[in-house]
Design a protein around this ligand. Structure first.
Ligand SMILES: [Zn+2]
Length: 138
């Protein structure tokens, strides 16, 4: 883990609970009552007509579907291409709870990826402090 060569996130006050959750292998989503969970983390509800600043955090199931995807053939510098050789899948995952998030799909054959494919989260502990959310087919 110590030799992870990829990019790492810089948590903000708004996203810190999200990153703390991932470290504990929980997918935490900012949630507005009554609008529900949303993504990405921000200090207020993004629903037009609401914009409430009363935000709680709820744990998501980690299950979802591929909403859309692209198969990239470009390594992303700095990127550990020995561990993560192209081609790889960049996907927008529609979570069971509704919000969509961009991630990587971990799949043996990237060309087997399909829209609406059922997926679940994989917690990738890339350093002692950072866990990245990725997804795999179920
Ligand atoms: Zn709201």
């Amino acid at each position: 883990m110590a030799d992870y060569a990829g990019r790492l996130p810089t948590p903000t006050p708004e996203s810190q609970p999200y990153w703390d959750g991932l470290k504990e292998h929980k997918l935490m989503l900012p949630t507005c009552d009554p609008c529900g969970p949303f993504f990405y983390p921000r200090p207020f509800c993004p629903e037009p007509g609401c914009f409430s600043w009363d935000i709680d955090w709820t744990e998501a199931s980690g299950k979802g579907k591929v909403h859309t995807f692209v198969i990239s053939h470009q390594p992303i510098p700095p990127y550990n291409t020995e561990d993560n050789p192209p081609p790889y899948v960049i996907a927008v995952i529609e979570l069971e709870e509704g919000p969509r998030m961009m991630s990587n799909l971990i799949i043996d054959d990237p060309y087997a990826t399909e829209v609406d494919m059922d997926v679940e989260i994989v917690y990738d502990d890339v350093t002692d402090d950072v866990t990245l959310p990725k997804f795999k087919p179920v």
